[in-house]
Design a binder for this molecule. Structure first.
Ligand code: HEC
Ligand code: HEC
Length: 648
């Protein structure tokens, strides 16, 4: 062994190199405050290793990026931990960089003769921020996609070269596939190479001038090895432990696959850019034009930072004081702005709802991607676009919430609001009207339990109350005022008369019969996953179709098609809508397209007809399948019911 080492030393001179590296003088003794640089090198090495591991599975294209990251996260051996480490080590790097910078400024380590090294440090800092910015996009999930889209659009505000810079960053006029490949090339190629190069220069310069020691007489001089090396190693292990803890117990998020069409309102930059994000939202900042907040102000601050060594050189101690004050001031402002952004987001129900939806989508995307069908060949975005559970609530929100509600909300968990004029108290005119956001009253039935047992029971037993929301509609009130009679009136229709016999219907005598009718109707609707009792169904059919019970009346007396297969041909019944397969997918499709058909509400209809130009076949299909529970099973919890009624 010894001969071998001698042989090697003879050829390479590694012993003197090692000696030089390890026996660097440390005047004033080893100190904890010197560890920051080493921890930064350590986290960078960690990033290179974990980054390379992920590279073995990552695929930089818009069809495969999310899929490959999902694979890394959930299927690759230790993939979740590796990705988590990469994610949290990146954040650790930013934090450590901040500490390193503060420590350098406090100790005056940026002053002559170390100016160049300080500037190298600033370059390194910029590269690291560039790495985290480019890395955010790579999973091609909603969060990264929309946050980075904001960033690239900000670039276009740069004075003079804006549009060109944006083209360069985006890889073309459109934000898309080439943006991803370009960001990946930067993230895994150019930036790490630059970082390595500048790091070597940085360390070389550092070694040339040595540590900046505040008080060389504090302790006897030692050498780097072993005292300082030990402290550095402990600090690096500490960083590793924290990163590992976060990676194992929190893990890195993967939101739903990016979809340019599905707006993502929860988009926020990484937390360490939140201060800038908040700063840009001040009205005063916004009014100064698009370049002022994101480009000019940070540019000025960077310039002050870069000029620090010269400031201190020019003005001596007061200059150094000024620099320290600047750095602490920046830290304070950043902390306040970050806190503001965070608190405001927390107090904003719309943002919280967007976050909840993002989490829901992420959960669902993972559920589908790891479900029996895995990710389809046309990609994860299409997988989500085809999922009724994901799209139904959005379609309901877009098309139906103007009149209907879904368990009291807009389909996506939020109450439906409207702006209403507040009448001023003393009624003085001339003042501009004041508006307030209030919860809007629905003008049609809540469809959250459409065609469920509870729904059917309430239609039969309490028709007026079941459709009472219609009475909030403007058309109802104006018809009531003008005495118009042939309208849809939940209080006076013949259905109301029929179920107006509620006392009898609700009494013990009819309990079994009503249960049977409900069972029959639920069976006809045939929603996914609803089990029915065949004996009860047959009993219900006999009552509904043939009136085979004490009361003698049948639903078919008025709804002549009840119990028959659904057909879209208009049946002129006695003014009663068709109940053929009432509530089923075929019935729903037909109703939504033609609520004004004679087989439905005919002339009395008040619901807009959704033709294909308003609601495409695909969207209709998604909506109907969502309303009838026809989608792969989910563990994602329902939005809370806002109506306050008992659960069924
Ligand atoms: C402008 C208000 C309005 C909008 C928007 C609206 N509806 Fe309606 N809807 C009604 C009214 C009013 C009724 C009562 C029957 C009628 O007028 O046809 C109704 C009835 C229904 C019914 C039948 C309930 C029953 O058993 O009687 C269903 C199902 C329905 N709507 C679904 C939808 C869906 C799905 C959408 C969105 C694509 C939607 N509606 C949009 C007003 C509306
Ligand atoms: C006396 C005639 C009559 C009888 C009997 C009757 N209904 Fe109705 N029903 C109506 C009318 C009329 C409407 C439409 C309401 C309107 O026009 O105001 C209606 C509406 C309905 C609706 C809403 C349909 C839609 O398209 O939105 C359902 C569900 C319903 N009835 C179920 C039943 C069931 C179940 C029975 C038997 C247990 C029954 N009805 C018995 C007259 C009747």
């Amino acid at each position: 062994m010894k001969t071998l080492l001698n042989w090697l030393d003879d050829r390479t001179g590694f012993r003197s190199l090692m000696h030089e590296a390890l026996y660097e003088r440390v005047p004033g003794g080893a100190r904890w405050r010197y560890v920051w640089g080493s921890t930064l090198v350590f986290t960078f090495v960690l990033q290179v290793i974990t980054g390379f591991m992920m590279w073995t599975a990552y695929s930089p294209n818009t069809r495969g990026a999310w899929e490959s990251v999902h694979y890394i996260q959930h299927d690759m051996l230790f993939g979740g931990v590796i990705r988590g480490m990469h994610h949290y080590a990146a954040q650790a790097m930013v934090v450590l960089m901040g500490i390193h910078l503060i420590q350098v400024v406090i100790d005056g380590a940026y002053r002559a003769p170390r100016e160049i090294n300080f500037w190298l440090g600033v370059v390194l800092m910029t590269i690291v921020l560039g790495l985290s910015l480019t890395g955010y996009l790579l999973p091609w999930d909603q969060k990264g996609y929309y946050a980075t889209r904001v960033t690239t659009s900000i670039i276009s505000a740069t004075p003079l070269i804006g549009p060109e810079a944006q083209l360069l960053a985006q890889g073309g006029p459109r934000y898309g596939h080439l943006t991803l490949t370009r960001f990946f090339a930067m993230h895994a190629g150019l930036l790490p190479a630059l970082l390595t190069g500048f790091l070597v220069l940085h360390i070389w310069c550092f070694r040339r001038h040595g540590l900046t020691v505040r008080d060389p007489d504090a302790a006897p001089e030692t050498t780097f090895w072993p005292d300082q090396v030990l402290r550095d190693a402990v600090a690096c292990l500490g960083v590793l432990a924290v990163v590992l803890l976060f990676a194992v117990f929190r893990g890195a998020e993967l939101s739903a696959p990016a979809d340019p069409v599905v707006r993502f309102d929860a988009a926020r930059p990484e937390w360490y850019f939140l201060f800038l994000f908040r700063f840009l939202r001040f009205h005063a900042v916004e009014s100064m034009g698009p370049a002022f907040g994101p480009i000019i102000v940070p540019g000025i601050l960077m310039t002050i930072l870069i000029l620090m060594p010269l400031t201190a050189g020019q003005f001596g101690r007061p200059g150094h004081r000024l620099n320290q004050a600047f750095v602490w001031g920046m830290v304070a402002v950043m902390a306040v702005l970050t806190g503001m952004a965070w608190l405001e987001d927390r107090a904003d129900p719309a943002h919280q709802a967007a976050l909840a939806e993002a989490e829901r989508d992420a959960h669902r995307a993972h559920e589908l991607a790891s479900g029996p069908h895995r990710i389809p060949p046309d990609g994860a975005m299409e997988m989500m676009r085809r999922d009724p559970f994901t799209q139904g609530p959005r379609l309901f929100d877009r098309h139906c919430k103007a009149c209907h509600r879904w368990n009291g909300h807009n389909g996506r968990g939020l109450p439906v609001m409207e702006r209403r004029e507040v009448l001023s108290e003393n009624g003085t005119s001339g003042q501009p009207p004041e508006y307030r956001s209030v919860i809007a009253a629905p003008t049609a039935a809540d469809l959250g339990r459409f065609a469920s047992r509870a729904w059917m029971r309430s239609v039969i037993l309490d028709y007026s109350a079941h459709f009472a929301a219609l009475k909030n509609a403007a058309w109802y009130r104006s018809a009531a005022d003008s005495g118009e009679e042939d309208i849809l009136d939940p209080d006076t229709s013949s259905m109301a008369d029929w179920s107006g016999d509620a006392e009898r219907l609700r009494s013990e005598d009819c309990r079994d019969e009503v249960d049977a009718i409900v069972e029959f109707l639920v069976q006809e609707a045939g929603h996914r996953g609803v089990r029915t009792d065949p004996v009860l169904v047959e009993r219900g059919r006999a009552i509904a179709v043939d009136g085979d019970w004490d009361l003698g009346t049948a639903c078919a007396d008025c709804h002549s098609t009840v119990g028959q297969p659904f057909s879209a041909s208009d049946v002129e019944a006695d003014g009663a809508p068709t109940l053929a397969k009432y509530g089923s997918q075929e019935w729903l499709r037909d109703f939504i397209r033609h609520p004004d058909a004679a087989r439905h509400y005919g002339d009395r209809n008040r619901m807009p007809a959704y033709g294909p130009e308003k609601l495409s076949d695909r969207d209709l299909d998604l909506l109907v399948r969502w309303m009838t529970g026809d989608y792969p099973e989910t563990q994602v919890p329902d939005y809370p019911d806002l109506t306050g009624r008992d659960s069924d």
